[in-house]
Design a binder for this molecule. Structure first.
Ligand SMILES: [Zn+2]
Length: 301
């Protein structure tokens, strides 16, 4: 196959994939009857707890810090969703899955790792989730994650994952296809399912070891959110009883992805790039010192 044939085939495959996904979404949206219409537009006062709304409207680092903990560098946790909103979203997902089963519709799962769960963007929640990213995730990311495109987040992938008996049990160590990930527990009753974190890494260093200060475990609480860089390596321990359902919003920045192509050093966010950089500096200082001592020795000899 010549270059142009290859190029055109490659381009058309991409085009058809986008086209097919658009048709897939269209087919769902024109057939699926939403259960809770109020979920499909952004209503901050009924979705979020008052402390979260106040912090976002004040829009300062201090206001964000006042409601957030940073139990491990780069991992921010805070109370976010009202119980009533969690229940509405859970019942909507259940209703969607019942429709999928009744209609014998084949759905696409959220990612390659989860066999259970649903893409919220596929059944009408895309606009609401876009508002969630624009109005709530980006202002926080601009302050805490500017080095990974936190201020230029411009697209998202929104989905729920389900863990428990006869669902996915756990999730191996991985990084997300996102710049910033919002992970909120919706319920229900469960034990286990802790998130474990192992430091942020670039593509080149994704499989390197962790430093002790990078090891951190987090237990989910319904309504509680965790915000972290997509490249922050993490996994989920087994949900040992009950059912756990989490909302995930993978936020991406096209500007950051473009710029990343031309960079080699990610020491402003990759723990291993930073460690290597410090080691290079240490060595160059040591060699400068020994050079000075040598010269000093020569001059006094
Ligand atoms: Zn690196």
């Amino acid at each position: 196959m010549g270059f142009w044939n290859f190029f055109i085939t490659f381009f058309l495959n991409g085009f058809y994939q986008v086209q097919r996904h658009r048709e897939y979404r269209q087919k769902i949206i024109s057939n699926y009857q939403p259960l809770n219409r109020e979920l499909y537009a952004m209503h901050p006062s009924t979705f979020f707890v008052p402390s979260f709304i106040k912090a976002i409207s004040d829009n300062t680092e201090e206001s964000f810090r006042s409601i957030m903990s940073e139990p491990s560098p780069g991992v921010f946790t805070f109370e976010m969703l009202q119980p009533q909103f969690c229940n509405l979203l859970l019942s909507e997902v259940e209703n969607f899955e019942k429709w999928v089963n009744d209609a014998k519709f084949r759905i696409m799962r959220p990612n390659t790792m989860n066999k259970y769960g649903a893409v919220l963007d596929d059944f009408g929640l895309e606009t609401m989730l876009d508002k969630l990213m624009d109005g709530f995730v980006r202002p926080i990311s601009k302050v805490f994650f500017p080095e990974v495109g936190g201020s230029t987040l411009d697209s998202h992938h929104g989905f729920v994952v389900e863990y428990g008996k006869d669902r996915d049990v756990d999730l191996g160590f991985h990084v997300d296809d996102s710049e910033v990930t919002l992970n909120v527990c919706l319920g229900k009753q469960f034990s286990g399912g802790e998130l474990f974190f192992r430091g942020t890494r670039c593509d080149k260093h994704v499989n390197t070891g962790s430093q002790s200060e990078e090891i951190f475990d987090y237990s989910h609480v319904p309504g509680g959110a965790v915000l972290h860089r997509g490249r922050h390596r993490h996994g989920a321990r087994a949900t040992t009883s009950g059912h756990r359902i989490n909302l995930l919003l993978w936020c991406r920045s096209s500007v950051f992805r473009e710029m990343k192509k031309y960079q080699k050093d990610f020491s402003n966010w990759c723990g291993e790039c930073l460690r290597e950089k410090k080691e290079r500096q240490r060595l160059s200082i040591a060699s400068a010192k020994s050079e000075l001592l040598r010269k000093d020795g020569e001059s006094t000899a």
